[in-house]
Design a protein around this ligand. Structure first.
Ligand code: GLU
Length: 480
């Protein structure tokens, strides 16, 4: 009865243009958020929503949430949950202001939860392993094993289809999981197919190169933010809709979508052929500069050159869609911290990168010896100190040695698996990337060292004059 009363009050206040809001027990959500100075959002820790980058939190939902918090001039508190069920539970219990978690706007959800205007369009995709049977339409799914997230819009779709069109559908719902787990199940052939949102597949496909889209299930759907059913959140929702509309109008929304979903995951890897071509074509122009900066920071110049190659292919003008720039691809905050004024200036960029690596290495535990210290420093350079620490913790838990890169690199990719990232401080990270990153640099580094050695190898003396040491030939000893 009380429940019903609350619902009626909420429904009334929802439609009364704020007239009844003053009388509502919970108070106006927008006023409360401003008074408390805090916006509390439940989300998912995943590559499309919210995760920690090299320096700071990131993800599409985080970016939108941060804009709202800035607009309201309040602190943003992101609370990650590890299942869709837990997210909606938090809403029902009125424990958060809203849910921003890559959630699809479905009729069923709209009946239960107030929601924002949609802010992103996507299509659910049926994913399979290349080389296995590819279903092309709904009828082909009969008898195949399908995995979806428990409580997801896709589980809902399958249930509806089973009742209306295709009674032979069978699927597995993964509790307490994220879509990356679904892809892992398909990749390991534990299930035939998974159904996942197109933006999630795009971002994660790079981690599972054998997975492909079989066909699109249904038509376009939309993501929206959801709110507690028992919260007085009409004005909050209006404000959010205005923020979204403005982002749309200024083109910022599209830019954010492109930034977060527009590029596939994975470190770009150039073949050794291209590398050696670049060593002769591009490196000569920057060799002296790299050597000079390396000397200033007491680094091997071949190492600094290898990092710069991995970062930008020795292109001081390089710019990536994620906003990193220059020879060493520094982010803006990192550049500021390092005193780099112009990221596109090769000298400044190299100095910034060298200093950054030195700082990171100094912050690593001092019982890690070289060369492992350098490899771990590079991994932290790529993925951030927090995530490297998490990988070291996981390594130790599994009986590996957290002082050895060879062990760490086995465990870093586990930060992509919920079972592991859930248990560590900084959560989800694209753990395979630092491994590729470090291994590439090691490869370039050793090739450059080898080149250097072979070029500077002392030639056998031709005559006795060649036996005079170089230092005695020129300069102040030339009189000799
Ligand atoms: N958008 C989905 C939902 O709202 C979750 C993500 C997925 O399953 O791919 O249920």
């Amino acid at each position: 009865m009380r429940q019903l009363m609350i619902k009626i009050v909420v429904a009334l206040s929802y439609f009364s243009m704020g007239l009844l809001t003053a009388g509502c027990e919970s108070g106006d959500a927008l006023d409360r958020i401003k008074a408390e100075g805090e916006l509390v959002i439940v989300t998912r820790n995943s590559p499309t929503t919210y995760y920690e980058d090299k320096n700071s939190p990131t993800g599409f939902e985080y970016a939108l949430a941060k804009r709202l918090a800035d607009e309201l001039e309040v602190e943003l508190v992101m609370k990650p949950e590890f299942s869709l069920g837990a997210i909606f539970r938090k809403l029902r219990r009125n424990e958060v202001d809203l849910a921003a978690a890559g959630l699809t706007l479905t009729g069923k959800r709209a009946e239960k939860y107030p929601h924002s205007q949609p802010y992103y369009a996507l299509t659910p995709q049926v994913v399979y392993v290349a080389g296995t049977f590819r279903p092309r339409k709904l009828a082909d799914l009969a008898g195949m094993s399908i995995a979806v997230l428990a409580g997801s819009s896709h589980a809902d779709t399958l249930r509806n289809l089973q009742q209306t069109e295709q009674d032979q559908l069978q699927w597995r719902e993964l509790e307490e999981a994220d879509s990356m787990e679904l892809l892992a199940l398909v990749a390991s052939k534990e299930v035939d197919l998974a159904i996942i949102d197109s933006n999630e597949f795009k971002v994660q496909q790079g981690l599972y190169p054998r997975l492909r889209v079989a066909f699109e299930l249904g038509t376009e759907q939309h993501l929206a933010w959801f709110f507690p059913p028992d919260g007085n959140n009409k004005r909050l929702i209006q404000t959010i809709d205005t923020v979204f509309a403005n982002l749309e109008k200024t083109g910022e929304m599209e830019r954010l979508q492109e930034l977060h979903f527009g590029h596939a995951a994975g470190v770009s890897r150039m073949g050794s052929h291209t590398f050696s071509r670049n060593v002769s074509r591009k490196l000569p122009k920057y060799r002296d500069l790299i050597q000079q900066v390396a000397q200033e920071y007491q680094l091997d110049w071949e190492l600094l050159a290898a990092i710069a190659y991995q970062e930008s292919h020795w292109n001081p003008q390089a710019t990536s869609p994620t906003g990193v720039r220059g020879m060493m691809m520094l982010t803006l905050p990192t550049a500021r911290e390092l005193g780099v004024e112009n990221r596109l200036d090769a000298t400044q960029s190299l100095r910034g990168g060298a200093r950054y690596l030195k700082n990171i290495k100094r912050r690593l535990p001092n019982d890690i010896a070289e060369p492992d210290l350098t490899w771990m420093g590079l991994a932290a350079y790529n993925i951030g100190m927090g995530h490297l620490e998490d990988a070291r913790v996981i390594t130790e838990r599994h009986g590996g040695d957290p002082h050895l890169w060879a062990d760490i690199m086995k465990y870093l990719p586990l930060l992509q698996k919920k079972k592991y990232y859930e248990s560590v401080r900084h959560g989800f990270a694209r753990g395979t990337e630092p491994v590729t990153y470090v291994q590439n640099i090691r490869h370039y580094y050793s090739v450059l060292q080898w080149e250097d050695i072979s070029q500077n190898k002392p030639r056998p003396p031709v005559n006795t004059a060649d036996l005079v040491p170089n230092t005695l030939r020129k300069g102040k000893f030339s009189a000799l």
